[in-house]
Structure formats: C-alpha cells, structure tokens
Write a protein that binds this ligand. Sequence first.
Ligand SMILES: C[S@@+](CC[C@H](N)C(=O)[O-])C[C@H]1O[C@@H](n2cnc3c(N)ncnc32)[C@H](O)[C@@H]1O
Length: 324
Amino acid sequence: MPGSPAARLSRLVDGYLVTQLLYVAVAIGVPEALARGPRTAADLAAELDVVPGVLHRVLRGLAAEQVLDERDDGRFALTDTGELLRAGVPGSLRGAVTARGEVYYDAAAGLLQAVREGGTPLELVHGRPFFEHLSAVPERLATFRASMADRSAREAGAVVAAYDTARFASIVDVGGGSGTLLRAVRERAPGADVVLFDLPGVVAGSDLPAVGGDFFTQVPGGADAYLLSRVLHDWDDDDALRILRTCRAALRPDSVLLVVEAVVPPRAADDPDAVRMDLHMLVLLHGRERSVAEYAALLERAGLRLTADVPTGAGVHVLEARPG
Ligand SMILES: C[S@@+](CC[C@H](N)C(=O)[O-])C[C@H]1O[C@@H](n2cnc3c(N)ncnc32)[C@H](O)[C@@H]1O
C-alpha cells in the first residue's frame, strides 16, 4: 500500500538505482537532448547512440521518480526536477549527480568495513585517499570540481545576502577554490581588496588576485575579514584546529573570521540535508559536519570566540568569529 512502512522501506532500499539512473542520464546527454524537445526512447537512442531497449527502461525509471514526464504518445520530457540535470541552469545539480555516480557510489560500499573496523570508506575501497583517488583520473577530478562549483554557485548568493560582507575593505578567502564566493563578495563591494588563497595549483590562472600556499602553514596577514567556506568540514578536529590557528595568527585584533558551513542540527530530522552532507564527509574524507556548539568549542581552542550565527537558507550558516 502506498505510504505504508513497507512501501517506504522498499523505496529507500532501491535508492542505489536512482543514483545510477540520474548519473546515466547525465553521462549520455539525456537532459540536453530533451531540453530541445520531448522525444521517444527510440529517437533519443538514435541521437545519443545508445541501446534503445535499455534506454527506454532507464527513462521509465526516471519517469517513475518524476524526473521525466512520460507522455501518452510515448515521448519523454524533462519535469521541473529534470531541468536541474542540465548544465548551467540556475540551481543545476548536474555536477552533484555526476560526482555521486562516478565517485561517491563506489566509496559507500566501504561503509560496513568502516563501521566495524574504523577508517574511511573510500580509502578502504580504493586503497588511497580521496584527493589522490580524484587526481589519478583527470575526468574524475573535473567531475568533483564541477560538483563543487555548482554547490558554490547555489550558496554564494545566499551567503552575501544573509551576511553583510560589503563593510570589509579587505577580504582573504582561505581555501577559496574557484573563487565563486569571493566573486559574489566583490560584486557587493567592487572597491574591496580581495585575495583568493588556495593551493598553488588551484589558484594558478585565476582571474582574481590570488596567493598560492598551504593553510596549515601560513595565510596572508592583516585583512579585515577572512572566509573559510566549506573548508573545515573536510578535516578532523585536529586538522581543523591547525587551520583555525593559522588563520588566527593572520588576524588583526579587530579582524573577523567567517566560517561558512552546514550545521548539524540537534536532531537529524530537523535538517536531513546537513546530516547527508556529514555522511558524504564520512564516506569520502576524514571530515565531518559539526553543530554550532562544536564549532564554538573548536574556535575557542584556536583563540577565537563565536560572535554570530547567521543561517543563509541555502544549507549553510555564516559563523562569525573574532579574536578573544
Ligand atoms: C571543499 S573545497 C571548498 C572551496 C570553496 N571555499 C567553496 O566554498 O566552495 C576545499 C578547498 O580547500 C583547498 N585546500 C585543501 N588543502 C589546502 C591547503 N593545505 N592549503 C590551502 N588550500 C587547501 C582545496 O584546494 C579546496 O579548494
């Protein structure tokens, strides 16, 4: 019976299929093809050069999840949900879909061993850490970067709308990656002196003023504000503390550190997205999502005090900290 405990559990346990159906659709170009108009499976298979019978069943699986609309004449079309599989549309989740299908999916198979013996599932499955695993295959690294860029794009506008960064004359984005958040900050304050700080290979060729380095060693000193967006969640408490201490050493007494992160709620059901993000960290890395109290405790150990907690409505909070 729909809505029964058995129906709900059956759907949950088949989640493995949905991850792959979405991934396959993106990998072979279904969203872009359907964006040009509804198609039958046979037409689409010819256009995409794939096996018609298999494609039809994949499309039907996606229609069963309301990602596609199956018309009476047999043609399939993108629903509003399916539209978000397209590249470059506002709110696109294409990068996330590819990263899950290509990288996270295999890694999750290591969870049973990790819960019994400890360790990181991805490392148990692939025999090397996340970034080495990504770097071994350029397309995999590109996939992950695209996923991060999609997520940054969704979050950056919400962060600058929720927290007024325009009052700072100088800002360093520590571990700023492709600079999406820093660009949003600069749009709000075009005269601000901004610096993108990340590993040398990451900042090379950036259109933003950039400094390459290692945030465990030193970050550029003396700015009004420092951003640490989605950085601390990659690391365990010891490493997160080392990063915070390096930032603390760069801060003036009146500087501000802005930690942008998902915040784990007191009860999982209050924010399932944050809880799932914590599980991605568990599966892939040595990282974790933390509660506000856990961030406050880490900040204090680094000689910083939490002075504001600003939810953005986009899955992340801005945690403002100051020396003291
Ligand atoms: C999860 S990404 C976050 C990127 C960006 N801040 C955002 O909000 O999307 C973490 C960033 O930390 C950078 N990173 C990792 N190790 C680093 C190190 N030792 N020094 C500086 N940056 C580092 C990575 O290159 C990556 O850009």
